[in-house]
Design a protein around this ligand. Structure first.
Ligand code: BG6
Length: 255
């Protein structure tokens, strides 16, 4: 039965890889919408993948979210990751502390005996504050590290869920509804064809920066995220997906 299961997942992974046009897809059994442990399993698989890619002194940019928090939870020191550096991909995005990129970044560094830098930025930012804050030397230094990251690890959210979680103001909600936003990642909201509908103004990684980064790993599972995952990958900026059976099966069904 173990081998049978392996084969079943090989086929599933291949299908998802083709649908989303990715280099690597890893699928873990179960559905993280239903069972909390599946999310930790996702985290473990994501960490295993990351570990294989890591070289000493690599810089890893990470986003927030409960999936990334699960990755942090499953991390351990690794010789591949000696002197690794963690930075948050984007500044504050209206998340609770435990879901913030800063928090997760510091936790990851602690688990892997690495270093970290944080982005201290208020959120949301006015255009004026944004322009002056990116000139701050402390912020500038971290922004440079983010742009030069060797690896990026991020979550993908369902647009509606994320907008609610961030207590998004009414006028922005209107934009998301009118633009038919389906997914969210890095503070960008996308429609089903992967077009940007709205972007939260904060400092850090811009979508364009991802094109220069060799390994971009998305960690997202649960049946409810299938559409969001599909939408996000339409704009083809990440090349690895760590997901679960629930999301994978729903994705295949819907395509
Ligand atoms: C957020 C990221 O913190 O987590 C988002 O900034 C992402 O880009 C979201 O969509 C995913 O959260 P979760 O809890 O579903 O993993």
């Amino acid at each position: 039965p173990y081998l049978e299961r392996m084969n079943r997942f090989d086929v599933l992974e291949e299908k998802v890889k083709q649908i989303l046009n990715l280099d690597h897809v890893i699928i873990t059994p179960g559905d993280s919408d239903q069972d909390e442990w599946v999310k930790f399993d996702l985290g473990r698989r994501a960490y295993d993948f990351l570990k294989k890619q890591l070289k000493p002194s690599d810089t890893i940019a990470v986003t927030g979210g409960s999936s990334m928090a699960a990755v942090a939870e499953m991390m351990q020191p690794s010789t591949n990751g000696t002197n690794c550096f963690f930075v948050p991909a984007r500044g504050g995005l209206g998340e609770r502390v435990e879901n913030q990129a800063n928090t997760i970044c510091a936790q990851m560094a602690k688990k892997m005996n690495g270093e970290y830098r944080l982005l201290y930025v208020p959120d949301p930012l006015s255009e004026e504050t944004y322009q002056s804050i990116i000139q701050e030397p402390g912020v500038k230094e971290v922004l440079q590290m983010i742009k030069e990251a060797d690896i990026v690890m991020h979550g993908i959210g369902d647009a509606c869920t994320m907008a609610k979680r961030r207590k998004t103001p009414e006028h922005v909600l209107d934009k998301l509804i009118k633009g038919k936003a389906v997914s969210e990642a890095f503070g960008y909201y996308f429609d089903r064809d992967g077009r940007v509908v709205y972007k939260v103004r904060t400092v850090g990684m811009q979508l364009e920066d991802l094109s220069n980064i060799q390994t971009v790993i998305a960690v997202a599972g649960g049946k409810s995220k299938a559409e969001a995952i599909h939408s996000f990958f339409k704009q083809g900026r990440s090349n690895v997906l760590i997901t679960d059976e629930g999301a994978a099966k729903m994705l295949i069904k819907g395509s």
